[in-house]
Design a binder for this molecule. Structure first.
Ligand SMILES: Cc1ncc(C[n+]2csc(CCOP(=O)(O)OP(=O)(O)O)c2C)c(N)n1
Ligand code: SF4
Length: 284
């Protein structure tokens, strides 16, 4: 029986009160609820305050370059589809620097989960606007306020047929951990975009700002299989902000379509250097 202590790792370096703490707690709770052993899990991250999350978990981890979280996560899943692969990143890492990877991972549908800490700011580099920052929000760089239209990750995900599209709130660990557990269990690419207050640099989207606005889709008898309705819900932002599962459907995963995996995970297949020599020779 797996316990929270099995995932316990070193001290954190986040600001006290940061929303990242609740996300870390929710991830651990979700993995324990699924009875996943740490050795069965791989957490992949890039760079950012959010990218430090795998440092604080005792399981397999890979920490790569800023914005490059999804390619190694996809590669690891291809090499060993038996692993539970979870990618972690900020809104800058996942939707800005890594935006192109995000789009193509949605199309490919590898069976991995992306946990996006959406604090609408660049936390690690001390508070510049990110792709999801509110128009008008002033920062040290955007001194006259943000001028660009925010990136809408959920709408993009639904438009590209993502098989599991959801949003959680770092102020509600119970709800968030059950969303993460459902996303991890879902076969195919699952997105959990998380409203994460950055108490040091985002003075607009605070815990209290969210608490006045967030509600749960499931409390309103919402049907997450209706794609058009789901798209409509992604446009709701302001007085009321929906959380929960926006859209889900089944589709064949990227790795299930790979002929090379028909004989089992690559990590378990016998490596024959002779075969490689023949391939090399064919290019000479
Ligand atoms: C290629 C590259 N560009 C820029 C940076 C500088 N940089 C480091 S973290 C970061 C932004 C992090 O913001 P976000 O991904 O939203 O994560 P947060 O720290 O808010 O969790 C930037 C621009 C970098 N490390 N590498
Ligand atoms: S700067 Fe913001 S995101 Fe980073 S640890 Fe502090 S509160 Fe969290």
């Amino acid at each position: 029986m797996v316990t929270l202590d099995d995932y316990k790792a070193g001290d954190t370096e986040w600001c006290p009160g940061c929303g990242n703490f609740s996300i870390l707690a929710a991830v651990k709770k979700a993995l324990v609820s699924l009875d996943k052993e740490p050795h069965e899990v791989l957490m992949v991250s890039g760079i950012g305050q959010s990218g430090k999350l795998p440092h604080y978990l005792k399981c397999n981890t890979f920490n790569g370059l800023h914005g490059r979280t999804l390619p190694p996560a996809t590669g690891a899943k291809l090499a060993n589809p038996e692993l539970t692969v979870i990618a972690v990143g900020g809104d800058g890492d996942s939707y800005g620097e890594g935006g192109n990877h995000f789009i193509h991972a949605l199309r490919r549908n590898p069976d991995i989960t992306l946990i996006a800490h959406d604090n609408q700011i660049y936390g690690l580099t001390k508070g510049q606007a990110s792709p999801t920052s509110e128009p008008g929000m002033k920062t040290k760089i955007q001194t006259h306020g943000v001028i660009n239209t925010p990136f809408n990750p959920l709408a993009v995900a639904i438009s590209l047929g993502c098989t599991f599209v959801s949003r959680g709130f770092a102020g509600d660990i119970e709800h968030l951990s059950s969303l993460i557990a459902e996303a991890v269990e879902h076969p195919g690419f699952s997105l959990v975009d998380i409203l994460q207050p950055c108490i040091s640099f985002n003075k607009l989207n605070t815990y209290s700002w969210y608490k006045e606005r967030v509600y749960k889709l499931e409390d309103e008898g919402y049907d997450p299989t209706d794609r058009i309705k789901a798209f409509e819900k992604t446009l709701e932002w302001g007085e009321r902000i929906p959380t929960g599962v926006f859209y889900k459907h089944d589709s064949t995963s990227f790795e299930s379509k790979q002929p090379v995996l028909e004989k089992g995970p690559l990590v378990k297949q016998k490596y024959d250097p002779e075969e490689l020599i023949d391939v090399m020779k064919s290019f000479m």
